[in-house]
Structures are given as structure tokens and as C-alpha cells.
Design a protein around this ligand. Structure first.
Ligand code: EPU
Length: 417
């Protein structure tokens, strides 16, 4: 199993380019199932989760052809097997995003129920209830969701909780339903907007994406389209946090600064000097870091996917930071590892109280999930001595060549096999 070795203390300097967004790419890859015509995607990140999604689509009968490293043509002219098997779903929960498109296009789908995962229980009841509201018959057997329907019918559905992939699944299903679907209490995340842009390029009629209320007027069929995946705001935020933590002058290019306001504000409050234009965020740090409190919440509030990275920074800030996780029940597993590096963190329920210490010390640590891995990389960059991070397959799911990008900025980081 690969590991990352990080020698702390090297300041970061230079430019780094952001890749396409994992959490936009995954639903958009599934959107290819909605049409018999080709969907061309550019700015597709090279990630293990993207490869897993391609495998899932190809097992169903869709064809994919890489044009170059970051562009792909998907062709789901024939769907032979509207099935997402447990073996793939257990490695990537986002496989649930195939449910809505398969049902809408094929009138049937069999998708394994994802189990709980490292960061929380993560049920999919909202996906299922929303499809039932649109006329689907759904039963559960042997750990699978079995869904059938004649043409889905537009419906009004009010989400009980704000769910990103739930919103995306129902939005995709509704594009081919008869009549109008109204999704209330929908997720506002920019990835939902990116999916809506792609669906509209395919001939769908989606309005309101990015707000509480999304309206989808169903059409008979969707057609070929080309779409560029939006830049990854969490990868961007991770580099902003790394630059704020390790210093000293980094330009993050090809980004969407407008999708990161809460993160930029908090890191500025913590002492980073942040300047942005349309597509670049420049981060400098001349003064010591200060404590800052965060509370994760749905977009546009501070994202849960940046909580762990922010905590790495808080470990060495002056004063005490209070970090509250409100989205997932179990997203504090990086705390134990940060403590092994000398951090002073107390956890009460879903709140971490982080008392800044002068410095962290390098240690052998274990990555437990994707963003926890990014947190440990940042901790390694600022720690005295060597940090070895084990189980970095989590990192490879969602960050494209992170060690190469950080090395180019001057970090002393390498992968060992
Ligand atoms: N929830 C329910 N019922 C549902 C769906 C969700 O109770 O049917 C709850 C969840 O248990 C959770 C909350 O609602 O407490 C929010 O979960 P959500 O459904 O929004 O999460 P998700 O769609 O499964 C996406 C991202 C995650 C990101 C979350 C929150 C993708 C592929 N994944 O997950 O990304 O943390 O939204 O923003 O878009 C990551 O990239 O590291 C990652 C975990």
C-alpha cells in the first residue's frame, strides 16, 4: 500500500492549478445514462472515484472513450444492465447517483444500498422517497434497492434534510419525467448547479439550481452535449489551507473563488492574506495564525469537506478554536492522528476544541477518509521532522496528484510504494 512521506518546514511558493471537481464529475458521469447520444466531458479529474464510476457505467453497457487525459466521450446508446452491484457501491457511495438516471431512462434499476461509511450513517431515504413521489415502485431485497416505473411523473417533493446527491438524483430523474417536478429544500451546492448546466446543455429544462427550489420540466428525450466540469472548490480550499498553514506565497489558478467565500473568510480571520480575482486565489501569510471558530453547514456556509483541513491549521494557531461538525456524525477521526503529532484537541460530541500549540511533531499516522487524509498532509507540512501517512488510497480517491502539485510548490513530500 502506498504511503506519503512529508518533511515539514518547507514554505510553499508558486502557482498550482486546480483540477475538475470530483463531486461535480460523479453525478455528471451518471447523467450520461439519461441519453442515447454521446456526452463529451472536459476538465474531468484523474481520480480513483472517477475511474470507479467509469467502471460502473461500462458494466451497465455504456461505452467511454478518453480523448486525452481530462476529456472523455460517454456513449450510453445501449444500457444492458441497469445494475449497480454491491462490489462497486461499497467502494464508492456516489454509485447511488445511477439510481435516478437508470430508472428514468430504462424504467428499472437495481442499485445496492450503500452501507454506513467511515464518516457517518449516511442513509439514502430521501433519494428513495423522492422517486416514490414521482411514481416509482421501490422495494428493498437482499441489500438492494429495486426500482420500477413506467414513465416517471413530475411531482413536488420537499426534502426532509438538505442532501447534495439526493437533490442531484431526483433532478436527473425528473428531466425525463412527464410534467413538472418541484424540489423544495434542495441543496444549493455549486456542484448541483454544474449538473443542472450539463443537463440543460443536453436539452433538459431545469431552473432554480443553486436555490432552495429547483423546477424541472420533463422532456421526452435528452441529446448529445459537451460540458466542462467546474473546478474543484474543495481541492482549491485544501491548497488555500495548506498555503495559510505553511506559508508563504501561493497562487491557486483555474479556480472558482466565488464558490469558496466561507472558506476564504475563515482563513482570512485565521490570519492568511487572501486576494482573489475571477479565477485565481492568492494566499500569503506574513503573520502568525490566530484561532477561529467554524461550524460546518450546507452551502454557502463552511463546508464539512473543509473541516479537517481547517483543523490542521487550528492546531498551531494562537488561542483556542472551536470546530463544530453538523453534517456528519463521525467526521472527527483525524483528531486522534493530530494528537499523535502533538496537537491539543478535546472532542465533545461533534465539537472539537483545539488549543493551539507552538508546533506539531512529525509522526506515523493513518488516513481514515478522504478529507482526513488532506488534513494529515497539511499537518505534515507544518510539523517538525518527518510524517508518514499510511492508507493514502483515501487521498487518491479525491485529489489528483496532490504530492506532485505540492512538490512543485516547494513541499518536501514523496510517495513510497
Ligand atoms: N441524509 C439523510 N438522508 C438521505 C441523504 C442524506 O439523512 O437520504 C443526511 C446524511 O446522513 C448527512 C446529510 O444528510 O447527515 C447530508 O448528506 P448529503 O446527502 O448531502 O451527502 P452526500 O450527498 O452523500 C455529498 C458529497 C460529500 C459531502 C456531502 C456534504 C458527493 C459525491 N459527495 O455527499 O463529499 O461531504 O455532500 O456536502 O457529492 C467528499 O468529497 O469528501 C465527500 C464526502
Amino acid at each position: 500500500m502506498d504511503k506519503l512521506v512529508v518533511e515539514g518546514g518547507a514554505p510553499l511558493r508558486g502557482e498550482v492549478r486546480v483540477s475538475g471537481a470530483k463531486n461535480a464529475a460523479l453525478p455528471i458521469l451518471c447523467a450520461s445514462l439519461l441519453t442515447a447520444e454521446p456526452l463529451t466531458l472536459t476538465n474531468l479529474p484523474r481520480l480513483n472515484d472517477v475511474r470507479t464510476m467509469e467502471t460502473l457505467l461500462s458494466q451497465m453497457g455504456a461505452k467511454s472513450e478518453r480523448i486525452d487525459g481530462s476529456a472523455i466521450v460517454l456513449d450510453a446508446a445501449h444500457i444492458d444492465w441497469p445494475l449497480a452491484p454491491y462490489e462497486l457501491v461499497k467502494t464508492m457511495r456516489a454509485s447511488i447517483l445511477a439510481l435516478g438516471p437508470l430508472l428514468a431512462r430504462c424504467g428499472e434499476a437495481r442499485v445496492s444500498l450503500p452501507g454506513g461509511c467511515a464518516i457517518g450513517l449516511r442513509p439514502v431515504d430521501q433519494h428513495v422517497k423522492g422517486l416514490i413521489a414521482m411514481g416509482a415502485q421501490i422495494d428493498l431485497d437482499h441489500g438492494y434497492i429495486n426500482a420500477h416505473s413506467t414513465r416517471l411523473a413530475g411531482a413536488k417533493y420537499v426534502f426532509d434534510v438538505v442532501t447534495v446527491t439526493g437533490t442531484e438524483n431526483l433532478m436527473m430523474a425528473a428531466t425525463l419525467a412527464s410534467g413538472m417536478t418541484i424540489l423544495e429544500n434542495a441543496a444549493h451546492e455549486p456542484e448541483v448547479v454544474d449538473l443542472a448546466l450539463c443537463l440543460n446543455a443536453m436539452g433538459a429544462r431545469v431552473t432554480g439550481a443553486g436555490s432552495d427550489r429547483i423546477t424541472i420540466e420533463g422532456v421526452e428525450r435528452l441529446h448529445a452535449a459537451t460540458h466542462a466540469i467546474m473546478p474543484d472548490r474543495i481541492e482549491t480550499g485544501t491548497f488555500v489551507a495548506a498555503a495559510a498553514a505553511a506559508g508563504d506565497d501561493v497562487a491557486i489558478i483555474g479556480a472558482r473563488p466565488d464558490t469558496l467565500e466561507a472558506v476564504r473568510d475563515k482563513l482570512a480571520e485565521a490570519g492568511a492574506d487572501i486576494a482573489s480575482d475571477n479565477s485565481t486565489i492568492r494566499v500569503r501569510r506574513a503573520k502568525p495564525l490566530r484561532c477561529a471558530n467554524i461550524r460546518t453547514a450546507p452551502y454557502p456556509s463552511f463546508p464539512t469537506d473543509m473541516q479537517a483541513q481547517f483543523m490542521a491549521l487550528a492546531t498551531i494557531a494562537d488561542g483556542t478554536s472551536v470546530i463544530t461538525e453538523t453534517i456528519f456524525e463521525n467526521r472527527m477521526m483525524h483528531v486522534q492522528e493530530l494528537r499523535r503529532m502533538g496537537a491539543a484537541i478535546e472532542v465533545e460530541g461533534n465539537t472539537a476544541i483545539v488549543k493551539g500549540v507552538g508546533a506539531l511533531t512529525g509522526a506515523n499516522v493513518m488516513a481514515t477518509d478522504l478529507r482526513a487524509s488532506a488534513c494529515l498532509v497539511i499537518a505534515g507540512l507544518i510539523a517538525d521532522g518527518m510524517t508518514t501517512i499510511d492508507r493514502i488510497y483515501h487521498l487518491d480517491r479525491g485529489y489528483e496528484r496532490i504530492e506532485e502539485k505540492l512538490s512543485a510548490l516547494g513541499a518536501r513530500i514523496s510517495r513510497i510504494k
